[in-house]
Design a protein around this ligand. Structure first.
Ligand code: AMP
Ligand code: ZN
Length: 111
């Protein structure tokens, strides 16, 4: 089986790449919930937000958010970042990822 996001990072499963550096990889979500819906993942396999303690990596993920927002042209119109963690957070893929949603006025409801 293996991890689907590790396979995407390795290029074994195709993805629409938006941005990449030494620490993170960003690509479009396959089931977009908004006109812009991209995911930013650490290149290192980390299961969930609970397992992230490396502040440098967190900073790299936030930089990835800025790069995606710039590339998608939504830096000024705004966007939302979401990290689903664990069962109640409806985490489906157990490789840490940040959702970037934008391109329209988002529902104010937070879940
Ligand atoms: P979650 O774990 O609930 O934060 O969500 C996982 C996200 O990964 C969902 O929004 C899926 O649509 C997305 N996803 C699953 N498989 C792929 C894939 N092969 N390419 C891009 N996005 C994917
Ligand atoms: Zn992984």
């Amino acid at each position: 089986m293996g991890c689907i996001f590790c396979k995407i990072i390795a290029g074994e499963i195709p993805s629409n790449k938006i941005y990449e550096d030494d620490f993170v990889y960003a690509f479009d979500d396959i089931q977009p919930q908004a006109p812009v819906h991209s995911l930013i993942v650490p290149k290192k396999h980390i299961e969930s937000l609970n397992d992230l303690s490396d502040t440098e990596l967190w900073a790299a993920m936030l930089n990835g958010v800025h790069e995606v927002a710039k590339a998608k042209g939504i830096k000024d119109t705004g966007y939302r970042i979401v990290v689903n963690c664990g069962p109640d957070g409806t985490q489906i893929v157990w490789h840490l990822h940040m959702h970037v949603l934008g391109g329209e006025l988002l529902d104010a409801k937070m879940g």
